[in-house]
Design a protein around this ligand. Structure first.
Ligand code: PRT
Ligand code: ZN
Length: 210
């Protein structure tokens, strides 16, 4: 039996479960259960916080997982990627108050930037030759400028409406992300074979969606 970790509740959950269902795999899901066994495929599903998924897969607690590339790369676990899944697309962007003067990334030198993605942001700033102070906060990043915590933020954007409603403008795109299927590097031959069967079905679903 292969163990799949997916997000319990959030932006990845519905599309992750739909993908499994479209693969013809049946299971009973209840919002109270933290794991469920599929009835017609050797798969067990674990429901976790998305941030924990790369670690569980790296440690072999789960065999495979579905997680956003933003979380995967932030945690330095991109080597686990098997393939991109094409949903939960978003970007990690830098934003400043709408009224702030902004000409180029050099304007962020010496500034305070609030983010939940310090590693991705630091890598980007290094690449751009910018030195700024990164303040790591775990949520509500968009309010940091208005409460005086930072002059800029670096956060996930999809439609852009959250930035607008917080009086911010997007100025740089740091990282492009979508959901990815990841797998442990130490799968038994038996588990590897189940994964290959699953991938075969995922590819068929993806072809049918095009
Ligand atoms: O509870 P748990 O830790 O599992 O979930 P979470 O709250 O950390 O994650 P969740 O469910 O918000 O997001 C899961 C994944 O979905 C992220 O890691 C991204 O890969 C992807 N994703 C896609 C997004 C968005 N779109 C998104 N719009 N993640 C977050 N947002 C947030 C963003 O942080 C901002 O607050 O939505 C707001 C911006 O949206 P727009 O449309 O207004 O631009
Ligand atoms: Zn999370």
């Amino acid at each position: 039996m292969l163990r799949l970790a997916i997000q319990k509740s959030g932006r990845l959950s519905d599309d992750s479960l739909n993908l499994i269902r479209e693969c013809g795999i049946s299971f009973i899901s209840s919002s109270l259960k933290l794991k469920t066994e599929c009835t017609n495929f050797p798969l067990e599903i674990l429901f976790l916080r998305d941030d924990d998924i790369p670690g569980y897969v790296a440690d072999g607690v789960a065999d495979i997982g579905i997680v956003g590339e933003n979380v995967l790369v932030e945690e330095g676990k991109q080597s686990l990627t098997v393939e991109k899944l094409g949903f939960s697309k978003c970007r990690l962007s830098l934003a400043v108050p709408k009224s702030a003067e902004y000409n180029s990334i050099a304007d962020l030198n010496g500034k305070n930037i609030a983010t939940s993605y310090p590693n991705l942001l630091q890598a980007y700033l290094d690449e751009q030759g910018v030195q700024a102070n990164i303040h790591t906060i775990s949520g509500s990043v968009e309010i940091a400028p208005s409460i005086g915590l930072a002059e800029a933020i670096c956060d996930i954007v999809s439609s852009g409406s959250t930035l607008i409603s917080n009086g911010l403008k997007e100025v740089e795109r740091v990282f492009k992300s979508e959901a990815a299927l990841i797998a442990s590097e130490q799968l038994s031959d038996e588990k590897q074979q189940i994964l290959e069967k699953l991938l075969f079905r995922i590819h068929a679903v993806q072809r049918a969606r095009k």
